[in-house]
Write a protein that binds this ligand. Sequence first.
Ligand SMILES: NC(=O)C1=CN([C@@H]2O[C@H](COP(=O)(O)OP(=O)(O)OC[C@H]3O[C@@H](n4cnc5c(N)ncnc54)[C@H](O)[C@@H]3O)[C@@H](O)[C@H]2O)[C@@H](O)CC1
Ligand SMILES: Nc1ncnc2c1ncn2[C@@H]1O[C@H](COP(=O)(O)OP(=O)(O)O)[C@@H](O)[C@H]1O
Ligand SMILES: [Mg+2]
Length: 281
Amino acid sequence: MLKSIAIDRNEVLKHYKTIAVDTHKGIQGHALLIGGSYGKMGAVCLSSKAALKTGCGLVTAFVPKCGYEILQIAIPEVMVLTDAKKRCISNINFDFQPNAIGIGPGMGQDEVTQKTFLKLLRTNKSPLVIDADALNILSKNKAWFLLLPARTILTPHPKELERLIGEWNSEEEKFEKTISFSLQYNVIVVMKGVPTHIVDGETIYKNTTGNPALATAGSGDVLTGIITSLLAQSYEAVQAAILGVYLHGLTADIAVPKTGFQSFIASDIISHIGEAFLSLE
Ligand SMILES: NC(=O)C1=CN([C@@H]2O[C@H](COP(=O)(O)OP(=O)(O)OC[C@H]3O[C@@H](n4cnc5c(N)ncnc54)[C@H](O)[C@@H]3O)[C@@H](O)[C@H]2O)[C@@H](O)CC1
Ligand SMILES: Nc1ncnc2c1ncn2[C@@H]1O[C@H](COP(=O)(O)OP(=O)(O)O)[C@@H](O)[C@H]1O
Ligand SMILES: [Mg+2]
């Protein structure tokens, strides 16, 4: 098996930044979360709330029009921009420079959504986290890999990874293919799974936190919000991914003695992020 670096408390503390006493929301990072579609607005609610709960100063969500009230009511702290279309995203438009963008949760893969994602890839100047349907759209349009900004973070689950890099016949081959992909496009791949590995070129990190309580709808959407938030707060891309997967898993380790495995849901990740942070202090 290939050598990996364990993502444990010591590893995370090497780059962990405490909050300055004189900081303010204007310098704590502004994250933009793009996603949602009719029936899957919860995904972007979870991502945006997770971004706020991991220290981001400002969070804006860009959603189809039908998501406006859902977002405003579910999370009053999040600002909301809406697409012209009701049920899906057709024209991503915003008039500020986000410190990081997370795209994909619940977004769907409509033709118009694919087109506006391509436009974003061509014009975007912000660090990117790509998840869920944004990954699936990329997999359908592999020529677009070349448009990914250096150090983009991709967060596929095993099925999404297979769509991206093709099938593998062994664990070793899976890592070989992911490493080549990471090197070829200069991107970071968060291989979500049990455990989650992060591939940054030839360097592999292996997470030590988390448990089966995380096998529940929306837990990946929450991870996208966490990593986007850390990226917006100026963590270097691989460090945002490392701290993100560590905290995400730790919430489940902290919560399970209270919730049990079965009753733990993605919102419980968000409600235990505070305790996960405190364990680093
Ligand atoms: N409340 C919401 O609005 C939710 C929205 N979601 C969104 O729904 C869309 C579809 O995402 P899905 O991931 O469900 O669909 P996908 O089609 O990408 O993935 C589901 C398939 O992948 C397989 N799979 C998933 N995790 C796996 C693992 N760890 N090991 C092996 N196979 C695995 C499943 O068996 C299934 O065949 C995304 O946009 C996502 O963000 C989901 O996150 C669920 C919650
Ligand atoms: N059995 C498990 N043990 C540890 N982590 C898990 C387990 N099952 C799922 N996870 C984690 O939960 C998340 C699931 O992400 P994903 O499949 O994208 O969910 P969703 O799309 O529903 O939000 C990943 O971070 C994955 O590592
Ligand atoms: Mg997912």
